[in-house]
Design a protein around this ligand. Structure first.
Ligand code: CA
Length: 473
């Protein structure tokens, strides 16, 4: 995978030709110097990544939800592709987002813990040596905006607008209160606790602004406005809802939609329904602007649902957020790219959130400063390639000494800090819930897979900063 990505960057002949064509055009006509490079080069689709926070695998209609209708989110899967086996790179928020934003396993650069909110500590956040997706796309003329949750470091140097984004409307920390009257702290850099970080004013760029709407509605409104402002040039919109992460808060408008649900599940359903409304408004705006066909949309969750905390539902998957079982890091995932990819089907092979970076970067020939672990999905979705994009999907949880490795339908789990160094093997095609350990029947497969795990592990480094839970059991 390393070699392939490097070839994209270093040896891309079309890129050089396009660059030379653009340069010669600019030299020939003085007016050309006023034309952005993107107007000279060809097709540049817009990219929208909609990510939810702690959304359960089974809590969208396209994955079988019965009690929470999500018609707009489902339309992305129906008109595009639903991915059965999509993974994030970690089963909690921040490392998962680090993987998405860099196209790499975050364990490679020591990003393996949820960071504490520390605006005065640069090392607690995404290392400046890692190129972000927004930084890469900026080099080929994209205008990028993040709306919602950042959670990749609270230091000013790690502010989204210093990491490739042109616009930011959101919060720096790992979660937020949803009701505007609860947002009272006027400076995100002057607070140092998690609970305070949930109550900062929303930032627009580097400024703090007073908001008036339920936060999910605020983010949805802003997303629509972003599209209106940027419809005429290639853009990357990273719409990172903090919903349906705790605190469990919803407004009557959404709660009233679920008269048959009770307690926390009712609030959770309302929070998801608010996201679905926002997705609907965003899709509608793309249609209005006439850019839906040439906009790639990804929808996913950042990790599995923490079922006991927010009443999410991971369906048949075992466990949830934080786990190395499927419920931890196999997530709802859909993609629509009407211009290039046929709609209305499911893709079975395992894919990763890291593939978002690799797919768009390959298509628009964006420079990449580091080898990606993500894979360009387009040839697979066009069915030019039939094999598995990821022969292996990996997860390491350094502190807990836990590993997961998926290969085809087999899933190997190593609990290296457990008594007897427990090892488990499951066949997900027959046992999606990882209930029957079949290690005794497949010692050869275990040996091969474990060899691969150890090879991968050697490429990683230990965590580089203390985490939210460091020092706790
Ligand atoms: Ca999360």
């Amino acid at each position: 995978m390393y070699d392939i990505s490097f070839k994209l960057v270093v040896l891309c002949p079309t890129c050089i030709i396009l660059g030379m064509t653009a340069l010669s055009l600019m030299l020939k006509t003085s007016a050309a110097s006023l034309i952005p490079l993107t107007a000279v080069t060809e097709d540049k689709p817009n990219l929208i990544v909609i990510i939810c926070d702690d959304l359960g695998y089974a809590d969208v209609g396209f994955n079988g939800s019965k009690d929470i209708p999500t018609p707009h989110i489902d339309s992305i899967a129906q008109e595009g592709v639903r991915f059965d086996s999509a993974y994030v790179t970690y089963s909690v928020s921040s490392p998962s987002r680090a993987g998405l934003m860099t196209g790499r396993y975050p364990q490679r650069f020591g990003y393996e813990r949820n960071p504490r909110y520390r605006p005065n500590q640069l090392e607690i956040g995404l290392p400046l040596t890692e190129m972000t997706l927004a930084e890469s796309l900026k080099k080929v003329g994209y205008h990028s905006g993040i709306i919602g949750k950042w959670h990749l470091g609270a230091h000013k140097k790690n502010h989204p607008c210093n990491r490739g984004f042109d616009e930011f409307f959101g919060h720096l920390g790992g979660g937020h209160m949803y009701l505007p009257e609860q947002l009272v702290h006027e400076d995100s850099y002057q607070i140092h606790t998690e609970s305070q970080s949930y109550r900062t004013l929303i930032m627009r760029g580097h400024e703090h602004v007073k908001t008036t709407r339920y936060l999910t509605d605020e983010f949805s409104h802003e997303a629509v406005e972003f599209v209106k402002r940027n419809a005429k040039s290639p853009f990357f919109l990273y719409l990172a809802y903090n919903a349906p992460h705790t605190p469990m808060q919803a407004t009557e408008k959404y709660l009233d939609r679920f008269p048959d649900l009770k307690g926390r599940r009712k609030t959770y359903a309302a929070m998801v329904s608010a996201v679905d409304d926002g997705v609907g408004a965003l899709l509608n705006e793309l249609d209005k602007q006439g850019i839906a066909e040439n906009t790639i949309i990804f929808f996913l969750s950042d990790n599995g649902g923490p079922e006991p905390h927010n009443s999410s539902d991971n369906g048949a998957l075992r466990d949830g957020k934080g786990s190395v079982y499927e419920g931890g890091f196999r997530i709802p995932f859909a993609m629509r790219w009407a211009k290039k990819v046929k709609g209305g089907w499911s893709y079975e092979h395992p894919i990763s959130s890291m593939d978002i970076f690799a797919t768009i970067a390959a298509y628009v020939q964006a420079p990449i400063s580091q080898p990606l672990d993500g894979v360009n999905l387009l040839p697979y979705l066009e069915e030019k390639k039939k094999d598995a994009p990821h022969p292996f999907i990996y997860l390491r949880q350094h502190d807990a000494g836990r590993y997961a490795l998926r290969h085809g339908n087999f899933k190997l789990l190593n609990f290296t800090k457990s008594k007897n160094k427990k090892v488990e093997l499951y066949d997900l095609s027959k046992d999606i819930s990882e209930s029957t350990n079949i290690i005794d029947k497949h010692s050869d497969i275990v040996e091969q897979m474990d060899k691969k795990r150890l090879e991968w592990d050697k490429q990683l480094i230990p965590p580089i900063f203390e985490g939210l839970n460091s020092g706790r059991k």
